[in-house]
Write a protein that binds this ligand. Structure first.
Ligand code: G4P
Length: 290
């Protein structure tokens, strides 16, 4: 998995991306980082803090419709303790998006006070969106843009070619997000990204990935997972993950000639259902490693 991400993000590409984001950062007052509420650790970029330095920021825990609600609340608390404002959003339905502008205002309140004390009457503040691929950056921008149609051209004096959405009276958002790379070197991070589909399947051993997901599900025992595969009367917690994959495939009639289970098909089905939250609203990573 690490290899595949390195293909996407070769060093030259990363340097270019970094420069582009650094240039955009000069134009904004705050940064909103979108992460996946199911994997708040693995969906963060390792170098973002260094890139944005002291710029005010907030976190959007997106896809919260697919994450465990209690876990999402715990994550919001966790970030709050670190002094970071985080909100839960669902860019598919638009849920939670009304918290965005108030959260930005809160994060930028000091900056506004400072500008006002310097004599600016109604300072216009600017924000940009960043995140790794597939976390929902475009979905977010499209939704916010739809709610706030006005698009403003760059004013003279700033880098040309940028487009901004006016998303509140004194707030503008850059129309293109900063796309960041995920963490490469950690095997667990790679697996968690792959569970959610953030990493393409073609380059991954799909059966191995399904077995890793089953390792996790065996411990968590989500109700919907147990019910969906009718595992109530099975000692599935103590089964080998490959056997469990076979059992699940057999229950779905995924057999090949000779009565063996097509475990590849079973693996694809399991991952598809997990990614569509059909096995429940499951958060894979908990704060403090709980
Ligand atoms: P990106 O710009 O960060 O790369 O992500 P993008 O908005 O393209 O979203 C990636 C996928 O995640 C899309 O699905 C999108 O619909 C889905 N998505 C984004 N936000 C949410 C959310 O809050 N909840 C849920 N359930 N899904 C979300 P896709 O399969 O690529 O396309 P499609 O299903 O929209 O056709």
């Amino acid at each position: 998995m690490g290899e595949m991400q390195n293909i996407q993000w070769f060093p030259g590409h990363m340097t270019k991306t970094k420069r582009k984001i650094q240039a955009s950062l000069k134009l904004v007052d705050a940064v909103a980082e979108i992460i996946d509420a199911r994997i708040p650790v693995s969906s963060r970029n390792p170098d973002l803090a260094k890139l944005i330095q002291n710029k005010p920021r907030l976190i959007l825990l997106n896809k919260c419709d697919m994450a465990n609600q209690t876990a999402t609340k715990m994550w919001i608390d966790y970030f709050k303790k670190q002094g970071i404002t985080a909100i839960a959003v669902d860019c598919k339905s638009g849920k939670g998006l009304n918290q965005f502008v108030p959260a930005v205002n809160q994060v930028l309140s000091e900056r506004v006070q400072k500008l006002k004390s310097k004599g600016m009457i109604n300072p216009i503040l600017r924000i940009m969106i960043v995140g790794i691929p597939n976390v929902g950056k475009s979905s977010f921008i499209n939704r916010i843009a739809k709610q706030n149609r006005a698009k403003v051209e760059d004013r003279p004096g700033v880098t040309r070619g940028n487009q901004w959405y006016t998303i509140a009276k004194n707030l503008e958002m850059l129309d293109t997000p900063g796309v960041l790379w995920p963490k490469f070197d950690d095997k667990i991070v790679g697996e968690h990204l792959a569970f959610t589909g953030a990493v393409k399947d073609q380059v991954i051993d799909i059966e191995l990935l399904a077995m890793r997901l089953l390792d996790f599900l065996k411990q968590l025992k989500p109700k919907d997972f147990v019910a969906r595969f009718k595992l109530e009367d099975t000692d599935f917690e103590n089964m080998e993950s490959y056997e469990l994959l076979e059992l699940i495939g057999r229950k779905r009639g995924m057999l090949v000639s000779g009565g063996e289970v097509n475990t590849e098909r079973a693996a694809i089905m399991l991952l598809d259902e997990f990614r569509a939250a059909k096995l429940g609203r499951i958060t894979v990573e908990m704060p403090y490693g709980e």
